[in-house]
Design a protein around this ligand. Structure first.
Ligand code: MG
Length: 280
C-alpha cells in the first residue's frame, strides 16, 4: 500500500458484500476492515468468492475482526462479564474460533486479525492478567506462523495497563488497533495522551468520535459523527503521524441504516481535508 493514510471503512455485515464494497468505492474509499463471517461462510469456496468480490471492487481488506457469539455490549458491566478472552468461563472454548479467524484471514491474504480482548485486570501481578496474557501469546504465535499480527482494540483499559499487557505477552506479532472514541466511551483515559504512550505498537486505527459520560467508567459516553465529539480529530491524525503511523484511517460509525452511510460520507470529507492539511 503506497498511499499514505488511505481511507477505510469498517463494514461489519457480510450479506450484500459486493453492494457494500461498491458503496464504499462510490465514496472514494478502497480499504475496509470487516468482522469474520459465520463459520459456514469460511469455506475454501467462500474464501474464493470473497477474494473475487474484493478484487472486482478494487477494495483491500486490511483487518478481519474476531467476534464471539456471547459478546454483549449492553452496558459497561455486561461488556466486562461477556466480551473477549477475559471472562474465564468462556476463554478456552473461544480460542479455536480465534485460530479459525486467523486461518480465514490468512487465506484472504489479510495481514492481521483484530479483537476486543475484554476488560484486562488492572493488576499486572494477578493470575487473571497472566492467564489472559498466556492466551494472547498463544494467538500471537499462531498468527506469526501465518505471517500475521494480532491487533488489540483499545478502549476497555488504560494506556498503562495496555503497555503492561504488551510487555507481559512479549511477542512482536502483537499490535494495537487504536480506537480513540473507545477511550472516551469507556472512560479509560484521554485518547491523544494514550496514543502517545502506545503509538509505537499501533498498526491500525478506528476513526470514531464520542463525548464523555458524566460518570466515566460507570456509564457509556455517547458515540457521535466524526468531528462532533471530544476526540479532536485534527490532533488525532497529527499525533498518528508523530508516532509514525501512515496506515489506513478506517472510519467506524456504530449506527445503522442510511444515517450510517451519511455520517461515513461526512467523515470521508473531514478526513480528506485533514490529510490535505497535515500530509506533506
Ligand atoms: Mg472500534
Amino acid at each position: 500500500m503506497s498511499e499514505k493514510m488511505p481511507l477505510g471503512v469498517f463494514t461489519s455485515i457480510w450479506t450484500d458484500f459486493a453492494e457494500r464494497l461498491q458503496a464504499v468505492r462510490d465514496i472514494g474509499v478502497h480499504t475496509v476492515q470487516a468482522h469474520v463471517p459465520p463459520p459456514q461462510m469460511r469455506t475454501a469456496e467462500e474464501v474464493e468468492k470473497a477474494k473475487n468480490t474484493l478484487s472486482q471492487a478494487g477494495v483491500e481488506l486490511s483487518l478481519v475482526f474476531c467476534g464471539f457469539a456471547g459478546d454483549r455490549y449492553d452496558t459497561i458491566q455486561i461488556v466486562r462479564d461477556t466480551v473477549g478472552l477475559c471472562p474465564p468461563a468462556t476463554r478456552a472454548e473461544r480460542m479455536p474460533d480465534v485460530m479459525q479467524t486467523a486461518d480465514y484471514a490468512a487465506a484472504l491474504g489479510v495481514p492481521g486479525i483484530g479483537m476486543h480482548i475484554g476488560f484486562l485486570s488492572e493488576d499486572p501481578n494477578s493470575k487473571e492478567f497472566a492467564d489472559v496474557a498466556a492466551a494472547a501469546r498463544q494467538i500471537c504465535d499462531y498468527c506469526a506462523d501465518l505471517g500475521m499480527r494480532l491487533h488489540l482494540e483499545t478502549g476497555q483499559e488504560t494506556a498503562e495497563t495496555l503497555l503492561e499487557f504488551i510487555r507481559a505477552v512479549d511477542r512482536a506479532s502483537l499490535a494495537v488497533n487504536f480506537d480513540p472514541a473507545n477511550m472516551i466511551l469507556y472512560g479509560s483515559g484521554e485518547p491523544i495522551e494514550a496514543l502517545r504512550k502506545v503509538g509505537r505498537y499501533v498498526r491500525s486505527v478506528h476513526c470514531k468520535d464520542a463525548t464523555w459520560s458524566d460518570r466515566p467508567g460507570e456509564a457509556w459516553g455517547v458515540e457521535t459523527p466524526l468531528g462532533e465529539g471530544d476526540v479532536g480529530m485534527e490532533d488525532f491524525v497529527r499525533t498518528l503521524l508523530e508516532v509514525g503511523y501512515e496506515g489506513p484511517l478506517t472510519i467506524e460509525r456504530e449506527v445503522s441504516g442510511e444515517q450510517q452511510m451519511r455520517d461515513i460520507k461526512k467523515a470521508v470529507d473531514r478526513l480528506t481535508a485533514l490529510k490535505a492539511k497535515l500530509l506533506h
